[in-house]
Design a binder for this molecule. Sequence first.
Ligand code: UD1
Length: 417
Amino acid sequence: MEHFIINGKKPLAGKVLISGSKNATLPIMAASLISNGEVVLKGVPDLEDITVMSEALKLFGAKVDRENDTLIINSRNLNSCELPEDISRKMRASNLVMGALLARFNEAKVAYPGGCAIGTRPMDLHLKGFESLGHRISDGHSYMTGKGGNLEGTEILLDFPSVGATENIMMAASVIPGITTIRNAAREPEIIDLQNFLNCLGAKITGAGSDTIRIKGVNELGSGEHQIIPDRIEAGTFMVAAAITRGEVELQNVILEHIQPVVAKLKEIGVEVIPYKAGLIVKANKRLRNTDIKTMPYPGFPTDMQAQMMALLATVNGTSIIVETIFENRFMHVQELRRMAAEIKIEGRVAIIKGKSKLEGAIVEATDLRAGAALVLAGLAAEGETIINKIAHIDRGYDKFHIKLSDLGAEIIRKLE
Ligand code: UD1
């Protein structure tokens, strides 16, 4: 099994180029299924999740070609609207094809992605949204199916601003006659990117980035070209990498507004964050101190940065508290961080982190994507050698992670046993 070996305590220095956003690319790839023409996506990261989504699109009959960071998707001749279980199980985000298939075929059969390490992750909000639009939905044990009945734009109020449900409903409604309004919509930057993409294919959507999105249904979507936004979670992870090694790193290809919640917390604990035209510089040469964090839907602190910040807070002066409000089981990294001598206690959804100056290298296991990233960060700060197993989780979401870290001076190698 492949693993990372890290020799810690090397302050990172230099420049890193942030890749395109995974969480923007996945729904946009799914949305390409609605297009009757050819879609060109630029700035697509090279990740396992993107490969899985490409496989899914090919199963429906789409042509998917990759040239460096450009993806060309042609969905003119689709011939299937069914996503089987083996693909669906590989990636939670595969459920995003359901809205697109319903838009294209008025019909979809998608294997239930099931729960995952960080929580049960139900689909009820997605399915209720499709039903409100007029689809007849059946939610079986292993498959969700939908079939267009009397389709018409409508008002949909989400019980919770779910990112995936907002995206799925935007796609499904894009070609339904009339006006659909999504209230209490998710406000994440990836939703704005999806709106911009769909509009470049001819959709008429406004309001993404606010809690009310208005979709005026059009007849069909055509060809288009779109540049994917930078990955705010990858950017946040490299900011923490600079901070945890007490180094100085220049990040290129970042949108400051998208990472404000992370910047604010880093500044609060004493990290310098200096924006400039092409990106920002993160400098941690002072003594860092504790803080408290509560994960929230955007523009609150992102749950996808919780594990990485916990690794950092384990190395600062004082006690910090992290409350995880989005996922019910997102503290899997705690047990592994403890192996590295971090002092962390959990009470329900609250983690209490007693910061200390020294983490110690250990053999640990990545339990999910961001937990894996947190362990890499802890390894960079730890005394001695850290071995991280199950790094396939990390490959799902970080483009050339260990190479980018090595280029910044980290001692990290990838090894096949
Ligand atoms: C997306 C991101 C993921 C991020 C998450 C929260 C992608 C591909 N993934 O996931 O990285 O961690 O947003 O920022 O963009 N929920 C329900 N019923 C539903 C849908 C969601 O109860 O029908 C609950 C979930 O179980 C979870 C919470 O809502 O507790 C947030 O989920 P959601 O915003 O939907 O996250 P995802 O779109 O799955």
